[in-house]
Design a protein around this ligand. Structure first.
Ligand SMILES: [Zn+2]
Length: 176
């Protein structure tokens, strides 16, 4: 039932053209990346149809309104951090635990020449990780490359809840 984002994205334009595929509907409820693509595609189609008074907003909100969010949305907060940057100087690899009441995830952020690699483990193997950038999932491990920590937000989607991980730059800034 859980199609990969790639397959969902292939169905999005068709869905907007005719009737919304329930699979697309369900997926875009929980996947921020595909939701964004849906929005953008709707805007493109509107532009192509010469309808400039933003029916995309109408389409998208209708689409998103059709299926009530059945999962609990949790917003992750920093629980623990280790190996963080000195006040000044180069930012180095760090580990951070982010979570809410009952779900948490340990992330390892490693600087690379062009950005950051973020690695972690899903809370359990029936969870998914969804982001605007491609995420590789293997067993219960995930890994993604982001150009900057500002763009590192993503979502962990479980059977009953969604844990939103804010951009790590924000989570770190909570330090104060
Ligand atoms: Zn997706």
């Amino acid at each position: 039932m859980n199609l990969p984002c790639r397959q969902i994205r292939a169905k999005i334009a068709d869905s907007l053209d005719s009737s919304m595929d329930p699979v697309v509907l369900e997926h875009t409820q929980v996947c921020a990346g595909c939701r964004k693509i849906l929005k953008q595609t709707a805007q493109l189609l509107d532009a192509a149809n010469g309808a400039w008074e933003a029916p995309s907003v109408r389409i998208v909100s209708r689409v998103l309104g059709l299926m009530p969010e059945s999962r609990r949305i949790l917003v992750g907060k920093r629980i623990q951090i280790g190996g963080l940057l000195p006040a000044r100087g180069p930012v180095e690899e760090f580990q951070i635990v982010i979570g809410s009441e009952d779900v948490s995830v340990r992330l390892l952020a490693t600087p690379e020449r062009q950005g950051w690699v973020i690695r972690g483990r899903l809370p359990s193997p029936d969870w998914l990780a969804e982001a605007e950038f491609p995420i590789t999932i293997s067993e219960d491990r995930f890994e993604m490359f982001v150009p900057s920590l500002e763009e590192s937000s993503f979502e962990l989607v479980g059977p009953a809840e969604v844990l939103r991980i804010p951009a790590l730059s924000e989570v770190i800034a909570d330090e104060s």
